[in-house]
Design a protein around this ligand. Structure first.
Ligand code: PLP
Length: 219
């Protein structure tokens, strides 16, 4: 589907929810995609992209930015503390802050650099053992901790369990964000972004619907 069609769907979903499409940021998830496909989207003028691996992103975005100008890059995958420096040099927003050690590392870097990245706290909304994220019961305390570290906490992020109805999880995340006074909600992917918009998503992360299927091994 063209990115233009996705933008139309976003606007329609926003209108249905009594919202403005302008309040929803479309993060085009370009991980593992061939450069030609990314370039085609860059040529439409889109500037907001997501990657889930620091190393992979470093291999392409400095070049793309040279050719297409400054981008608004979002890290949406797990971040190891030893990659945090490289991450904050490339990404303006990190959606996967999920533990004190990482928050402390990011805070130190922010102090050193004189600027904090925008962060989203990843919540393990379905309490799945194999998934990253803070547990819902620990989220309020972790939000407070990140704020004490003077990180710029924009909102909460989640990836609902694949086999479950996403709406319940989106609604829960929205409630948790609201009670913490957080405006940002990073939720919704190719298969469910319209539903996420209905429940208040401010940042949707859409990959395969824009770029086509990814190579199977890479997830
Ligand atoms: C890959 C990925 C996406 C995009 O998934 P699609 O189903 O291709 O839209 C969104 N969020 C995260 C965290 C991802 O890793």
């Amino acid at each position: 589907m063209s990115i233009q069609e996705i933008k139309t769907r976003i606007n329609n979903a926003a209108t249905d929810a009594g919202r403005s499409g302008d309040d929803i940021s479309l993060i085009a998830v370009s991980k593992v995609q061939p450069n030609e496909r990314v370039q085609a989207v860059l040529e439409t003028g889109h500037k907001t992209f997501g990657e889930n691996r620091v190393q992979e992103a470093l291999g392409k975005w400095p070049d793309f930015q040279q050719n297409f100008g400054e981008m608004d890059l979002h890290l949406i995958g797990p971040l190891q503390t030893n990659k945090a420096r490289q991450a904050v040099e490339l990404f303006g927003t990190i959606h996967s802050v999920d533990r004190p050690k990482l928050a402390i590392t990011l805070a130190k870097l922010a102090q050193e650099r004189g600027a904090s990245p925008d962060i989203f706290i990843q919540v393990n909304i379905g309490e799945e053992p194999q998934k990253a994220g803070v547990l819902p019961s620990e989220t309020d305390a972790f939000v407070a901790e990140c704020r004490e570290l003077e990180l710029v906490v924009k909102g909460l992020m989640c990836i609902p369990p694949v086999q479950e109805e996403a709406s319940l999880h989106f609604a829960l995340l929205a409630k948790m964000a609201e009670r913490n006074g957080l405006a940002g909600l990073s939720m919704g992917m190719s298969d469910d972004f319209e539903k996420a918009i209905q429940f208040g998503a401010t940042h949707i992360r859409v990959g395969s619907a824009i770029f086509g299927a990814r190579a199977p091994a890479a997830g």
